[in-house]
Design a binder for this molecule. Structure first.
Ligand code: C5P
Length: 227
């Protein structure tokens, strides 16, 4: 099913505080650029305009806007930051792509695949990779954690960004000030169809200093590894 015609906009969320990393990792240098600049450039592979959402007081900088067309301040949660970016997207834009700034190595193929998947009954699309570990549900905390069940990993995917949506549906999903760790969860809650396209294990989420080292190594390995 052909996707709705018209421009595509991207919202790159970069307003996290990076508690696990010890600072905002999206502003760390990586291969001669900042992590967020790689993510904005990746979003440009499919988007006509890119909005980057940054922590209060960060931008726009005199030397640029991280490569984005618009720089807006974020909110206290990821979902609030997406809403801030979404509020800049004009009413006549049919499809919007949301991408985490901390995934600097997302390939153009992922952006194209999620956007191409949206249309007809499909209100949203995300990239997912098979789960290789066995996943268990647990209860308790601290020293007393016990297993409550084992999930069937054949039915699971680990979800990445980019994620693409019909803009009207994403606005509706965010209309109730919902909170979730990704946008698809809010769209799913409306009962809308979200498609899964193959993700990429090298689409690293820079969460720890070791992830940044891995991203550096993948970049240095060049296009044969990072196509
Ligand atoms: O919290 P998590 O690590 O899943 O964050 C994913 C992305 O959301 C990161 O790029 C982060 O900068 C962004 N974020 C945001 N505003 C927040 C929290 C997270 O833009 N308040």
């Amino acid at each position: 099913m052909a996707r709705p015609s018209g421009p595509v906009w991207a919202v790159v969320v970069a307003a996290g505080s990076g508690r696990r990393f010890g600072g905002p990792k999206q502003f760390s240098p990586l291969g001669g650029r900042l992590v967020v600049e790689w993510s904005v450039a990746a979003a440009r592979s499919v988007a006509d305009k890119v909005v980057v959402v940054v922590p209060e007081g960060v931008g726009p900088r005199p030397e640029g806007s991280f490569g984005a067309d618009l720089v807006v301040p974020g909110g206290p949660t990821r979902s609030a930051s997406v809403r801030q970016g979404l509020s800049e997207v004009p009413a006549d834009v049919p499809v919007v792509v949301v991408h985490d700034a901390v995934r600097p190595l997302a390939r153009p193929r992922l952006f194209h695949d999620v956007v191409a998947a949206v249309g007809g009954e499909v209100a949203g699309a995300l990239c997912g990779v098979p789960v290789v570990d066995t996943v268990k549900r647990v209860v308790g905390s601290g020293a007393l954690v016990t297993v409550a069940g084992t999930l069937d990993r054949a039915e699971l995917v680990a979800v990445q960004t980019p994620q693409a949506f019909r803009t009207d549906v994403l606005r509706r999903a965010h209309g109730t000030s919902g909170e979730a760790t990704d946008d698809a969860a809010l769209v799913e809650a409306l009962g809308a169809t979200v498609r899964v396209v193959p993700g990429d294990p090298d689409n690293v989420k820079v969460t720890t200093p070791a992830d940044l080292v891995r991203a550096e190594l993948l970049l240095a390995a060049g296009p044969e590894v990072l196509g």
